[in-house]
Design a protein around this ligand. Sequence first.
Ligand SMILES: [Zn+2]
Length: 257
Amino acid sequence: MVSTDVASAHVVTAILVGLAVGSFVNVVVARLPERRSLLHPGSTCPGCGTAIAWHDNIPILSFAVLRGRCRACGMAISWRYPVVEAATATLWGLAWLEWGPTLDFAVAVLFLTALVAITAIDIGHQIIPDLITLPGIVAGFGANVATGRVHWLDSLLGIVVGGGIFLAIILASGGGMGGGDMKLGAMFGAFLGWKVALVALFVAVVLGGGFALVLLGTGRVRRKDPIPFGPFLAAGGAVGLFWGDKVMRWYLHRFAE
Ligand SMILES: [Zn+2]
């Protein structure tokens, strides 16, 4: 049982590191769309400008202790902060359980952390920033060249197929989808390879379409209102990363024999 205890201790470590990374993701989400430095200055309250002490900046805990308010001025702190931290930590824990101490784990958490940042930024600003997706395309291709988890040609094809699908939609619809979605599709291809990227896009369309139907059906949005697709793409990407290979194998076994 010793090895199990050691393994679960490491899951806790992965979750704690994920919490700290999630805290940094919050900085990225707040500052990257405004092109502010990610490192300087330290965190301040957007309401009163008071510097936030380290003990008021502990992921999730501080939000709970402060009951979601600035200690100095009492301004409400966005729920985005603890949610982003919890999501990042959960994904890091799940990735550790799936891949353990491997290079694949490092690549997986890089991809998943980028997806959390993209989701929060798209919800807040309706953009998927090039500053994440363009380096992401390079990182995904480079990681697969280094690890061989996905064949480099599969990854390269993925960039073309993942980006190409969105390019075709943009050209056919004259808008409707943004260039940000296209670059995220290419990033999926780079990390996941073209087949699993298609699984990820399919999952995203099902989730996003279902959500849109619910909103339309309940009269929460009108037909022309834009619904950000980034969060559904991100969810599809995570599903593709964890289960894409299994879905592909099941599909090939079920329909191609
Ligand atoms: Zn304040």
